[in-house]
Design a protein around this ligand. Structure first.
Ligand code: FAD
Length: 388
């Protein structure tokens, strides 16, 4: 067995706040802590490297609202909550735009397009337009032929054009947030336990390292149940797959989210088209945090492109990948206390929509770690699931 010398051993790290997980939520929280309490010593520990998880593998859509259309959000969470979540994600979007103005993170204020795959979805989008208008947000609804003329597409049943929202390079965003946060970043450090130690929180790592902090946020999303099995009810790991084509002629001016979010595509300034989704056609296979693509799902992505954007059907695919998402029981993120470990909290369950919440959610998590109030806490507090 390999031995480890005294000099090689992982040192004990002391911090005021430790964040476990270097994804967009962990780094956004460290970033917000850096703004709210710049004197605190904050450390981010990451099992692999920054943006290794979903935050470095997603489509980079910055959409407003929940993972569902506004009508579905109102039906699921109530009018007031839907309105407040929209405002929350609008703040998150504006914070992303601020970072995008300071750093080369591929931020573009494109607006977004929600396309209907069925007449029923088109009806919901039509109703969303009316509800949003009553709530002070103006969007445009286009019916089938006008929708396809607007997008240069085929086969959509309607379109909601949302003027706010955009796109970003998510991995570069994560690195920019970590750099601006002033936090110490420790990569290759996998937490194996979260426990109390003399009124503080101790994190143990693979290989014997330890971090001791007054406060800890576990921001490992899909991997939460691996570290904290008692919270397995909060997060169900689900896999998402994507592909990227070779550069294609300009086709898409804004990100397109369609079929209730089960398909999503955008075109980068370099012409490459990113397309993800089709998970609903392979529900039994696309579970767990394993990193792999499948021929069957990738063939459905190709079929989708050929159906809705025939001009892109023959563009070669350059890259295929997958990423681990953490689904919560009600589709909203969850912020809560780690049971039995005072001072430790978790943020998880971003349900395929974490970029939309990220920078505002970082402020919420940071305020909670600092024992400060935040008017949005009730929307995302773990108590809603425990008391349901
Ligand atoms: C293919 C795909 C497309 C998506 N598209 C979009 C989109 O366009 N817009 C959008 O809003 N959302 C999208 N999402 C969802 C979004 O990516 C996630 O909601 C968001 O990235 C979650 O961020 P996170 O920081 O909570 O988790 P993650 O990014 O998964 O970060 C968790 C980190 O924790 C680390 N970790 C795990 N266990 C440990 C441990 N024990 N110790 C230390 N570190 C650990 C992991 O290595 C990882 O880096 C998509 C997701 C996928 C997979």
């Amino acid at each position: 067995m390999a031995t480890v010398s005294l000099w090689q051993r992982t040192p004990r790290i002391e911090a005021d706040v430790a964040v476990v997980g270097g994804g967009v939520i962990g780094t956004a929280t460290a970033w917000a802590l850096g703004r709210l309490a710049p004197d605190l010593r904050v450390v981010i520990v990451e099992a692999e490297r920054l943006a290794f998880g979903a935050s470095g593998r997603n489509a980079g859509f910055l959409l407003l609202g929940t993972v569902s259309d506004y009508t579905s959000a109102v039906d699921a969470h109530g009018r007031d909550a839907a309105r407040r979540i929209w405002a929350f994600t609008r703040e998150a979007y504006e914070l992303s735009a601020e970072v995008g103005a300071r750093h080369d993170v591929g931020f573009q204020a494109t607006g977004s397009v929600i396309a209907a795959g069925t007449d029923a979805e088109a009806d919901r989008l039509r109703r969303s337009r009316a509800l949003l208008s009553e709530d002070g947000v103006e969007t445009r609804f286009l019916d089938g032929p006008a929708a396809n003329a607007h997008l240069g597409s085929a086969g959509y049943h309607g379109l909601l054009v949302v003027p706010t929202g955009g796109v970003i390079d998510p991995a570069r965003l994560v690195r920019a947030l970590a750099a601006e946060s002033g936090a110490e970043v420790v990569e290759g450090w996998r937490a194996t336990a979260v426990e109390s130690e003399g009124g503080r929180v101790r994190l143990a790592a693979d290989g014997g390292g330890e971090v001791v902090a007054d406060r800890v946020l576990v921001a490992t999303n899909a991997f939460l149940p691996q570290l904290l099995p008692t919270l397995a009810d909060v997060v169900r790991p689900v896999r998402a797959q994507m592909l990227a084509t070779a550069p294609a002629p300009p086709t898409l001016a804004a990100p397109v989210y369609s079929h209730d979010g089960y398909f999503y595509l955008r075109q980068r300034p370099d012409g490459r088209v990113l397309l993800g989704g089709a998970r609903h056609l392979h529900r039994d296979a696309e579970v767990g945090p394993d990193d792999a693509t499948t021929d069957a799902l990738q063939a459905d992505l190709a079929r989708y492109l050929a159906t809705h954007f025939p001009s892109l059907a023959d563009v070669p695919v350059e890259r295929r990948w997958s990423g681990p998402m953490g689904f919560s029981p009600d589709g909203l993120p969850v912020l809560g206390a780690v049971p039995g470990v005072p001072g430790a909290r978790f943020a998880a369950g971003f349900t395929g929509h974490g970029m939309a919440y990220a920078l505002r959610f970082g402020s919420l998590a940071a305020r909670t770690l600092l024992d400060e109030s935040d008017p949005a806490l009730d929307l995302f507090h773990h108590a809603r699931l425990v008391n349901a």
